[in-house]
Write a protein that binds this ligand. Structure first.
Ligand code: SR1
Length: 393
């Protein structure tokens, strides 16, 4: 067994060659390092016949993240396991993991070079038609088949242990639920830049609701979450919709992933210029609508037909579960909008906007929308959520 060392491109090529027979014998391999966030390094390894694979390796240090949180290489194991686990349920939506090496914290992955990152697709003004439908299907299936509806008590508890991810969950707990609601030095905006923050930090009623959503994230292990389902972790082409980047995976409330995904669509809508807003609102609203319709339809059908646990076959319980899931979704949409506006990990979509009155106005709107969703989640229907978006034009 080889001990951990950060790969050079040559190491990545050797690793890929050793653990895949895709390249065949006598291949001349080359490796290039792709853009890196600094938390991981990613290489594309190719042979001279056009076959390529991706090597992703977790790095021990990250200039920002590891200064604040102790994050071990175990996250690579979580990522490999979540991707493989979700792929057992719906392989069509997951990047394929060919091999995982625990010692080297390295994954050998399918190369999706025909696909583009969804966030970049939106930024180049393309509007893929079926994104809501496919993500709704992906989350409905992975949520249902990792839940108590189908797993026996002992199997579910074993899965919870397998996906115990305390280090990266702490990052989420701090960044999503704690920092944005106080004058934390990690936040990316200050009162001087956005005076509304003072009200947010003094709003006890709002903070009580956020505390409830945080408590649910900590204590409601309903389903195996992806844990970070924003448009930067989705790759798409004309035919494919692929989920990547699952190191924040854990057991948690099903509404966390659905909420994170809807929030990411809303952020991509909100950064559209005034000239494009009306058309963008129609597009993003229809995708959010499609997403929730598909999610709830598929999840409902699975609850009715595939539930193994006798207690959970009760139709009234199932309807209550789905209603609660929607309310949680709206709450997590609100938390994600707020933290991606003012928190440490500000949305890439916002970072790209030049400093201007439009940017400030967008940040204000996102902050207000986020609070509205958190406070009114118990009574907000999908139609009302979409009506709030129409009011942002
Ligand atoms: C690098 S960790 C900071 C944030 O980015 C990821 O997308 C996660 O959401 C995390 O909160």
């Amino acid at each position: 067994m080889m001990s951990y060392h950060a790969f050079t491109p040559k190491d990545a090529a050797v690793f890929a060659d050793k653990h895949s027979d895709l390249f065949g014998d006598h291949s001349q391999l080359s490796a290039e390092q792709l853009d890196t966030t600094g938390l991981n390094q990613v290489f594309r390894v190719k042979n001279n016949r056009g076959t390529s694979l991706i090597v992703k390796q977790a790095l021990p240090e990250h200039s920002g993240l590891t200064q604040h949180w102790p994050v071990s290489l175990h996250r690579a194991q979580i990522e490999a396991d979540v991707l493989k686990h979700h792929a057992k349920i719906c392989p069509e939506y997951l990047v394929e993991v060919f091999y995982y090496d625990q010692e080297l914290a390295a994954l050998l992955l399918e190369d999706l070079s025909d696909c583009a990152v969804l966030r970049n697709v939106f930024q180049s003004d393309q509007q893929p038609e079926h994104i809501g439908l496919h993500l709704g299907r992906y989350l409905a299936k992975t949520s249902f088949y990792s839940s108590d509806f189908v797993l026996t008590g002992p199997v579910k508890k074993a899965r919870q242990l397998q996906f115990n991810n305390p280090e990266l969950c702490l990052v989420t707990e701090d960044l999503v639920f704690t920092d944005p609601y106080c004058n934390h030095e990690r936040n990316s905006l200050s009162v001087a830049q956005l005076p509304e923050l003072r009200e947010l930090w003094l709003n006890e009623a709002l903070q009580a609701e956020v505390a409830q959503l945080k408590a649910d994230y900590l204590t409601k292990p309903q389903v195996l979450l992806h844990g970070d389902l924003h448009c930067g972790n989705l790759l798409i082409s004309h035919e494919e919709y692929k989920v990547i980047g699952a190191e924040f995976g854990c057991y948690g409330p099903a509404g966390f992933d659905t909420g994170t995904f809807i929030a990411s669509l809303i952020l991509n809508f909100m950064v559209q210029s005034a000239a494009k807003k009306t058309q963008a609102q129609q597009y993003f609203s229809s995708q959010i609508n499609l997403f929730w319709q598909e999610f709830s339809t598929v999840f409902n059908a699975l609850m009715q037909k595939e539930t193994k646990d006798q207690s959970f076959q009760n139709a009234m319980y199932q309807q209550h579960f789905l209603q609660q899931l929607w309310q949680d979704t709206v709450g997590y949409v609100g938390c994600e909008l707020i933290r991606r506006t003012i928190g440490w990990a500000q949305a890439e979509e916002l970072k790209k906007l030049p400093d201007s009155s439009f940017k400030i106005q967008t940040q204000r709107q996102l902050l207000a929308l986020g609070q509205d969703f958190i406070m009114h989640r118990r009574h907000m229907t999908p139609e009302q959520l979409l009506a709030k978006l129409a009011q942002q034009i």
